[in-house]
Design a protein around this ligand. Structure first.
Ligand code: ZN
Ligand code: ZN
Length: 354
């Protein structure tokens, strides 16, 4: 079955999947269903599997090369044009992706617009063979960059300089871009999970959290390693070992049929066992695909259950601002029929850099 056919099987009424400007989740859904990469396109999928693709002049040529879609070229104002074409019909729209002003445009045009949520995302969560192949290549590229980074000098260079080195390395090795701005957090900077790289030279004796990913063939990679700069204290070595133990426990828990919250709990129990549960303030992981954060989630409040074909991150962390330390270790993992396969394979032994 095609992706459109799988979506159609879930529908009671036609669904408008819209990716107007700035609506990245909607654009990813349109790309997933049609293969068209566009900042201004929408696709109407009917319950019988018929699909109409709407886009403007800039994307029309490429749209016409797609099979299985009736293509309608619209004005640049995509949603007003679609509203006029669909006036009088009852149409589902993705409430998480259509801004309120555009929803009003549909309603004012006479569309009976019904909110729908998460259908395309639920399909995207289970990767097909081609998607898995792309994500394997992205993870392998990430391994190359982390291996090269491990040969670089960290001390006396700034977090920002190293972040740029990483982003440049991804591009030089063939990535289309980065899946998010590389995070390099040394010492106190790393004590915040979403560290912002700064200008100050990195001092020896600290842990440096590096979280980075590339975009390859449309798909994101995501990997974190924590490096030691020169000799580090026994305390830092212990925290690293604790984080690694939690990460391995989290990895072991990933399998089809396991609730996201149970996988999270497996890693959390290790850190809580050392009374550092408070220092692990985020979820264990998230789905990755066309977007860096997508379904399913692995965290204490998750209602998702893992399925074969999910690609998720496993990334426990420990953040202690009073000690100016953060540590996080993250792998990208494919859920398989009988367990899991790690896609990112760069070593998790503590790597000491100069
Ligand atoms: Zn990450
Ligand atoms: Zn992540």
């Amino acid at each position: 079955m095609t992706r459109v056919e799988r979506l159609a099987a879930l529908l009671e009424e036609p669904l408008l999947v819209a990716g107007p400007p700035y609506v990245l989740g909607g654009q990813a859904n349109v790309r997933y269903l049609t293969g068209l990469q566009s900042s201004n396109a929408a696709v109407l999928v009917e319950p019988d599997g018929a699909a109409t693709l709407y886009t403007d002049f800039r994307y029309a040529n490429r749209a016409h090369t797609l099979e299985d879609f009736e293509v309608v070229e619209t004005a640049r104002g995509l949603i007003p044009a679609v509203g006029e074409l669909l006036a009088g019909r009852r149409i589902g729209f993705e409430e998480q992706h259509l801004p309120h002003a555009l929803y009003r445009t549909l309603v004012d045009a006479g569309v009976d617009a019904v909110p729908v949520s998460g259908l395309v995302e639920s399909l995207r969560a289970v990767k097909d063979d081609e998607e898995i192949a792309r994500m394997r290549r992205g993870a392998a590229l990430s391994d190359e960059v982390f291996a090269a980074l491990a040969q670089e000098r960290f001390s006396e260079r700034s977090e920002r300089e190293l972040a740029w080195w990483i982003e440049r390395s991804f591009r030089e090795r063939g990535a289309e871009g980065v899946s998010f701005e590389a995070v390099v957090g040394a010492g106190a900077t790393a004590a915040s999970p979403h560290a912002v790289p700064g200008d100050a030279p990195i001092e020896p004796g600290v842990l440096v959290v590096v979280d980075a990913g590339c975009l390859l063939d449309g798909y994101c990679s995501d990997c974190t390693r924590t490096f030691a700069v020169g000799e580090i204290s026994e305390r830092l070595q212990e925290l690293y070992a604790l984080c690694l133990e939690a990460q391995l426990a989290g990895l072991d828990a990933v399998a089809p049929g396991v609730p996201g919250r149970a996988a999270d709990a497996a890693s959390r129990a290790i850190i809580e066992g050392r009374d550092l549960g408070w220092a692990y303030g985020h979820g264990m992981g998230h789905g990755v695909g066309l977007q860096i954060h997508e379904a399913p989630t692995l965290r204490p409040d998750s209602t998702d259950v893992l399925e074969a074909g999910n690609v998720v991150s496993v990334e426990p962390g420990i953040y202690i601002p009073d000690e100016s330390v953060g540590v996080r270790i993250e792998d990208l993992v494919l859920v398989t029929d009988d367990g899991r396969e790690r896609l990112t394979q760069f070593t998790k032994e503590l790597v000491t850099v100069a």
